[in-house]
Design a protein around this ligand. Structure first.
Ligand SMILES: [Zn+2]
Length: 292
């Protein structure tokens, strides 16, 4: 009996195999048709795939990326995402948030991210007068780590024969407010906004920033013409400082080119920016590599 059952199964298999062999073209066609009709198995290309591959892409900004791309067709996807993440699809000072203070030496303060009016670093220290222009004692402080780094930088620059002295470092909110109001009354609001940060938006309030000169009497506005400036271009990063408002990037950082304004970010980031990303402002670098 078992023998017959086995034979029957064998014959059935051979028969099915034969049918498949004879109608194999029709069967594959039928399966392919089914695939096309079935929306579950069909794979539609994702129009935003290129965006989503970029690590600093934010889903909540997708519509803003697309609108910005429409107006800036010459920009790469990386630039579009970076610019929108900064807030550049809005006018300066029209899309403002509190900055995330947990980034320590890497906090970003610009025309979109502000510091609270009562923020004052708790580790401010006076810079040695040897490394500062004469006078100006009320703006001679920086946060401890930045202050120590600046003193080392200044010492090295003096030894090299290209002296770099501090001219203006920490400024509190109220000090910045006076400075800004002064600028508005002398040059008008638009020019003042290109020149002087509004209170809460000044990096000087972080205690991580310093304006520099090459002479003890102070010459920061013509610093770019001095050999001390060239020395800074080659050496500032070794002490953790970056040029914060470089030339030709005014539309990104929002200020006039300031050859004298340096920001402490620590040696690791300053070196990475100097070696690998010399064409990125700190605003761009922040949104690509720092922000989590
Ligand atoms: Zn400055």
């Amino acid at each position: 009996m078992k023998k017959y059952v086995f034979l029957l199964i064998l014959i059935t298999f051979i028969f099915i195999g034969f049918i498949f062999y004879v109608y194999k073209d029709d069967i594959t066609k039928l399966l392919d048709n089914n695939k096309e009709d079935n929306p579950i198995t069909e794979k539609k290309p994702d129009p935003y795939e290129d965006y989503k591959k970029i690590p600093y892409f934010k889903l909540e900004n997708l519509n803003r990326y697309l609108a910005y791309e429409e107006k800036n067709k010459d920009l790469t996807k990386e630039q579009i995402i970076t610019n929108v993440n900064i807030g550049l699809d809005y006018d300066f000072y029209s899309y403002i948030h509190d900055t995330d203070m947990s980034y320590g030496n890497l906090i970003l303060c610009n025309k979109y991210l502000k510091l609270k009016s009562d923020y004052e670093p708790n580790d401010l220290e006076q810079i040695d007068s040897k490394y500062f222009i004469s006078g100006n004692p009320n703006v001679r402080q920086m946060r401890k780590e930045a202050k120590e780094a600046f003193e080392m930088l200044s010492e090295a620059s003096i030894k090299a024969g290209f002296p770099v002295y501090g001219q203006s470092a920490y400024r509190g909110y109220d000090q910045q407010e006076k400075l800004y109001n002064n600028a508005v009354s002398t040059m008008g609001k638009d020019a003042a906004d290109n020149d002087t940060a509004r209170p809460g938006h000044s990096e000087h309030q972080t205690g991580l920033t310093i304006d520099v000169s090459s002479t003890k009497s102070g010459n920061m506005l013509s610093f770019h013409k001095t050999s001390s400036y060239t020395w800074m271009c080659d050496n500032a990063y070794k002490y953790g400082f970056i040029l914060r408002y470089p030339k030709d990037y005014e539309k990104i950082h929002g200020f006039v080119y300031e050859s004298w304004h340096y920001r402490y970010v620590g040696i690791e980031v300053a070196t990475d920016m100097h070696d690998n990303y010399p064409n990125l402002t700190f605003d761009e670098y922040y949104y690509r590599f720092i922000e989590k």
